[in-house]
Design a protein around this ligand. Sequence first.
Ligand code: CUA
Length: 412
Amino acid sequence: MRLSSLLTSTARWGRASFALGALAVLSGCDYNFWQMDGHQSTISVAGPVARSQLDVFYVTCWVTLVIFILVGGVLAYATLKFRARTEAEEKAVPPEQGHGNPLIELGLIGASVLALVIIAIPTLKGIWYTYDVPEERKADTYEITATGYQWWFKFEYPSEQIAGTGSLTTGNELVIPAGRPIRVNVRGIDVIHSFWVPKLAGKVDMIPNRGNFLWMQADEPGYFWGQCAEYCGDSHAVMRFRVIALSPKDFADWVAQQTSPARNVAPKAGETPKAQFASLRTFKQNETGITDKYDVAPLEAWKAKQFPEKGENGALIAQGKALFVAKTCAGCHEVRGHGAAGITGPNLTHIGARSMIAAGLIENNAEQLQRWIHNPGAVKPGNKMAKGYIDNNIKLSNEDEVALVAYLQSLK
Ligand code: CUA
């Protein structure tokens, strides 16, 4: 074996083992490689808009695969068939070169046009279909306004009005009725963000001073992962949210719960503040971190969060409620009915009922909530709450944190 061919084959094996290694890493992480069904998979879709976009993707894949096989086949054939087999052939003068064949060239142009037309038809159909809710389904449409902030999402429900307050407002968890078209009006407040729920619909930018919209639909009840898809500063990568699709009855129950004022847990007679519940549930972990394999299905875990935590301590919660105002949390967050009306941060009226906190970054349980309020800047770098702690000289003792966590968890 000559040195050059030895080197070539070593490089080839190197590349092959690199590809295998990459495959092993991918299949080891939070991703089912063979089903292509990660949390943010665009291949495993759950609604008509995402399905229409996936169809265009597949058509393009098939057309390009055919081109690849044809061109690759011709190239391989020519390379093998006309290679120099002997020393003499290698040294020989190349045969006279051709200068184009009008028939082949016209044929190739025709084939390219045909390939583009095959791709263009479903693409144009898809553009029209995904642009807005189809006319015949307009009457059934549910409308939501989503606003991007650095780094969280505000969701408003214009059809759910609360007397004296305005639209029902939530943060980072968008609850929608399954089986109905959802028209999402997207807005930006500081910089450009992008709204993206991969399993339900493609991305649309949230631009300050410019109204944009998209529509999507979840066919069945489910729990979906969303993500800001436009670089927007320090914590862009962790600017996430969830979409929870519910059956019509569950959705109506949720709206009724959410439009009511914040829950009050009165201390029982003679009760003393005492640290309470541990995590309701934890994500199963393996050596690579959080996996997508849960002990409880995410939608079921979310539903469980709608009920009061076990072992609530009314005295501790009352302490947390007073601290929420005393430590100026109320200056930035709204808790409807508890005298907190801030608008800088997410509305926390029912935060205890959300499955995630810190814009979909960490699970909403006592341990993570304390980690968050203890040092928000360490969890989500650059966020306004961390700056607020410095500006307002907010200092929390461990007792303060435990009481605040109990209060926030009680807000169902
Ligand atoms: Cu918001 Cu990226």
